[in-house]
Design a protein around this ligand. Structure first.
Ligand code: BTN
Length: 270
């Protein structure tokens, strides 16, 4: 499972980076609880925007909606990026869409055919035509009134892992599993992602959430008919046709009566 040229140490990642500021401060750890927690702590201690923390393994990797993130050693990428966007808190959730767009662009550049599932999944279609999750994004922010203090964007990307626990076996994949063959170089995959992301972040600073929605839409796969559930509102289910994503990142859905709903946070089931 291990990378052909060794793990994504600072030396190897920095050698492949073409960015000006993103990832120029980079920490590689053999193991940690959650890279998002660590990046949050570094942020509170004054770390600069652009810091990337990556770990070979996480013992408490977190996903959205209170889920855990499968983080075995020696195989995948688990990383968190510290950002300090000069944008109000309301503009921040669409950053997840932007980062999905950057991941998709990088994977397309490496010869894969990624698609994005709103709001935070990157998928690859398997040989039976079924979409499988290859990456997920967890964006967390801290604010003071109408100011954004810090944003931590966590990315879990299944690169070389081929064995998944039973609950993921039917729904997850990795780059290696989808392509077959030799393991990929995690340092090269990480650098390709950061190289794609930096100019998109500059666009986001300049244009705002519209840049995120445009990046997402390039690779979006919106299901025609779907069911959407919302976190924290277990009884609430919306069924309808996904029409698109609004400028603020909300999913637009038309139910069977023709009424249009906007979903700011939720999960699509097809
Ligand atoms: C999801 O799809 O639910 C989001 C998954 C995000 C996982 C990454 S792995 C690196 C970072 N640290 C964490 O604890 N979570 C994110």
């Amino acid at each position: 499972m291990t990378d052909p040229a060794g793990p994504p140490t600072a030396e190897r990642v920095l050698a492949a980076l073409a960015t000006r500021w993103l990832g120029r401060a980079y920490e590689w750890l053999p193991s940690c609880g959650s890279t998002n927690d660590l990046a949050g702590a570094r942020a509170r201690a004054g770390a600069p925007a652009g810091l990337v923390i990556a770990a070979d393994q996480q013992t408490a990797g977190r996903g959205r909606l209170g889920r855990s993130w499968h983080s075995p050693p020696g195989a995948n990428l688990y990383l968190s990026i510290l950002l300090r966007p000069e944008r109000p808190p309301a503009d921040i959730p669409p950053l997840t869409l932007l980062v999905g767009g950057a991941l998709a662009r990088a994977l397309a550049g490496l010869g894969f055919a990624p698609r994005l599932k709103w709001p935070n999944d990157v998928q690859l279609v398997d040989e039976t035509g079924r979409p499988r999750k290859v990456a997920g994004i967890l964006t967390e922010m801290s604010t003071a009134g109408d100011r954004t203090l810090q944003v931590v964007v966590g990315v879990g990307l299944n690169v070389n892992g081929v064995d998944f626990p039973p609950d993921l076996a039917e729904i997850a994949t990795s780059l290696r599993r989808s392509r077959g063959g030799a393991p990929l170089d995690r340092a090269a995959v990480l650098a390709a992602f950061l190289n794609a992301l930096e100019p998109m972040l500059l666009d986001f600073e300049r244009v705002g959430p519209g840049a995120a929605v445009a990046a997402f839409e390039t690779y979006a796969a919106l299901p025609a008919a779907c069911l959407v559930t919302a976190p924290g509102r277990p009884g609430e289910r919306l069924e309808g046709i996904a029409l698109g994503v609004d400028a603020d990142g909300a999913l637009r859905l038309r139910d069977e009566t023709g009424q249009i709903h906007r979903v700011l946070s939720g999960e699509i089931h097809t």
